[in-house]
Write a protein that binds this ligand. Structure first.
Ligand code: COA
Length: 633
């Protein structure tokens, strides 16, 4: 992973020295970086020419020279404690006093690694996921002596290279992601070993009913069955017999051509959607949730950190804590209790924190609180979006980068909840943007489509709430803006995009049509010919074309994006709030009326505005040749 980590750090603009014990290893790593940068550049994922990025990478064999001027060292040596300790002892001797020493270990104790140095307070875990260029997550792990200052610096560094950090506040085995992911394969293994289900049945159920990206056995084959086996063995945990059998038979997964599935004579995973009927998926999910509850109860991580970790690091469709709140924590607890009753195995023993939540009535979303708060008022947690209010601007970030910010039910509900509960005295304008650097939003979440009955799809409320929000709303679009994402952008009043943005309605390719107001808004906005071209053909258009067609206000180079948005926002937040609200209302409503009715609405609004203090202030400021100060009165 060393070269992958080097690559992401160099892309972010830092000078990096890549070091390994032999020149050949480093040269191989360098070649991999070169190849990968070319690919990223070709796909428009990076703007900078590969040679420029490469110019920030130096290579070195001598450890002493390599780290002599380092501010941060990230070690990614093989996972052997003795080796790591030796390296850290050398790093301590050679690196500057202020340098932070980080380990990319995924399984070893940070505390023990740090004990090889005289600066354990400056040693921290920085666990990247493979491959670092693609995976957004980094676990920032405290050893027992790590200071907050060190962990915070590591976390800020992770953010500065466009990755998402989560804090792992104690040095527990498996950290957050692997601990919580463990039961996914483990419990599935027990269920098959007991003869209750066939392997494809469980994989089919987890993928097609519960929407995990892969089934537990399929995942085991990919990562190597022996890997999971050794981790359990070292942790002294009982091992499901099916795992043991596979390891004994040396059927270790894809790498040996055979594991739970056959990759040599067969086509690998061959389960089908209907096969998972009746599988007790709660048994697996209850154990995952229990693991999460243990981490929270032991102050290792917050529910939010766990959910972010599992979404970004393991591709979970939603975090286990959020899912638990939907299932009901009482249901989860009951399941664990009945399993414990039946098997008397430690793995089913409910976590104290889970019991505590259930006993205090915090049983999940229906009860108004569980791992998260769901009150009707302003105080509630959001799990799929981030938002801030500052200087009159509400910034909303769609926060599902691992799904290119696709709109699922939670995200749409949370947008509605936020807009309905925000304090209008503090918000004069709103922006929407997408997390990550690839997409504004790639549409409705397709993984939720299968099995939805036609009449159940009620998606328009969110788009209407945005369109009718009594403040100007601007979409900041970088990357893909597709399907429901484009519909969201069209429900906004203004749209500014980078030249890397792409627009389209791909729904027709799925046998659907835009269902969030897209057909209606686009035909009112563009010529009929262009609107129908977008909807009928399902092709994407680039930002320049979108500007030419009148779909967006501006297409600008990435370097000018923020400043262009700021100029717009500046006018909106300092503008007269009532006049802006009325203008939005009469323009939106008037569009669908005949001219006389529209003119009538406009005249009424005009008359109303004449009596406002804002109008007096506007005219006074004009006469006095100064900037007006509107107060929305
Ligand atoms: N719903 C759910 N997940 C989506 C998604 C959507 N609308 N769009 C993208 N994703 C997920 C992908 O499944 C993938 O997840 P994975 O890494 O677990 O496999 C991840 O986001 C990244 O997308 P990927 O397809 O690997 O990126 P790409 O650069 O190859 O392609 C797109 C990008 C946008 C062209 C492609 O993802 C796409 O066509 N998405 C669907 C768009 C669409 O039809 N939207 C309308 C829905 S009504």
């Amino acid at each position: 992973m060393g070269h992958g980590i080097t690559e992401v750090i160099a892309i972010a603009g830092y000078e990096v020295i890549m070091r390994d014990v032999e020149r050949q290893f480093i040269e191989d790593g360098y070649d991999s970086i070169e190849w990968s940068l070319e690919k990223l550049f070709e796909k428009d994922i990076i703007d900078e020419a590969p040679d420029n990025v490469l110019s920030r990478i130096d290579i070195e064999v001598e450890l002493e020279t390599a780290v002599a001027n380092a501010d941060l060292v990230i070690e990614a040596a093989p996972e052997q404690m003795d080796l790591k300790k030796e390296i850290f002892s050398d790093l301590d001797a050679f690196a500057p006093e202020h340098a932070i020493l980080a380990s990319n270990t995924s399984s070893l104790s940070i505390t023990e690694i740090a004990s090889a140095t005289n600066r354990p307070e400056q040693v921290v875990g920085m666990h990247f996921f493979n491959p670092p260029v693609k995976m957004d997550l980094v676990e920032v792990i405290y050893g027992s002596e790590t200071t907050d200052e060190t962990a915070n610096t590591a976390s800020e560094f992770v953010e500065s290279i466009d990755k998402t950090p989560i804090y792992v506040r104690k040095d527990v085995n498996g950290f957050v992601v692997n601990s919580v992911l463990g039961p996914f394969g483990d419990e599935a293994g027990w269920m098959v070993s007991e003869g209750r289900y066939e392997i494809p049945e469980i994989d089919a159920a987890m993928v097609h009913q519960r929407h995990y990206p892969m089934g537990p056995f399929e995942l085991g084959d990919l990562t190597g069955i022996d890997v999971g086996y050794h981790i359990r063995k070292e942790a002294g945990k009982p091992i499901p017999p099916i795992l043991e059998e596979k390891v004994e038979a040396e059927e270790l997964g894809r790498k040996t051509g055979r594991g739970y599935y056959d990759y040599e004579t067969g086509d690998g995973p061959d389960y089908e959607s209907g096969q998972g009927e009746g599988v007790d998926t709660l048994r697996i999910e209850a154990r995952i949730i229990n693991e999460a509850a243990k981490l929270i109860g032991n102050d290792v991580a917050t529910a939010e950190a766990i959910d972010t970790g599992l979404r970004l690091g393991a591709g979970f469709p939603e975090g286990p804590c959020r899912r638990a709140d939907k299932i009901g924590l009482d249901t989860v607890l009951e399941k664990l209790e009945s399993l414990y009753e039946e098997y008397r195995e430690e793995r089913y023993e409910p976590a104290d924190h889970l019991r505590h939540l259930v006993e205090s009535g915090q049983t999940g979303e229906d009860a108004g609180a569980g791992f998260y708060e769901y009150s009707d008022g302003a105080k509630r947690d959001y799990t799929t979006l981030k938002h801030t209010v500052e200087s009159g601007l509400l910034e909303i970030k769609l926060d599902r980068p691992e799904r290119l910010n696709a709109l699922n039910e939670d995200l749409m509900n949370e947008i509605v909840h936020l807009l309905e509960n925000v304090n209008l005295d503090e918000v004069w304008a709103v922006t929407f943007e997408g997390a990550g650097d690839r997409a504004f939003c790639a549409g409705a979440d397709i993984s939720g489509f299968s099995g939805a009955a036609p009449h159940e799809k009620e998606v328009t409320q969110m788009f209407t709430t945005v369109a009718e929000f009594p403040r100007p709303v601007l979409a900041k679009i970088d990357g893909y803006c597709l399907g429901g994402g484009l519909e969201l952008a069209l429900a906004c009043d203004l749209r500014i995009a980078t030249e890397a943005a792409e627009f389209g309605f791909p729904e027709i390719n799925l046998g659907l049509l835009p269902g969030g107001g897209g057909t209606q808004r686009v035909i009112r906005m563009l010529s009929e010919a262009r609107a129908k071209e977008l909807v009928f053909r399902g092709n994407r258009i680039d930002a320049e074309t979108a500007e030419l067609w009148g779909l967006i206000n501006r297409a600008v180079p990435r370097a000018k994006f923020e400043e262009t948005v700021e100029a717009f926002i500046d006018d909106l937040v300092t503008g007269p709030p009532i006049a802006l609200r009325k203008a939005k209302q009469v323009m939106n409503k008037g569009r669908d009326q005949d001219l006389d009715a529209g003119l009538e609405m406009e005249a009424q609004a005009f008359g109303l505005l004449l009596g406002t203090e804002d109008t007096s202030e506007g005219t006074a400021a004009f006469a006095e040749d100064r900037d007006p100060k509107f107060r929305g009165e």
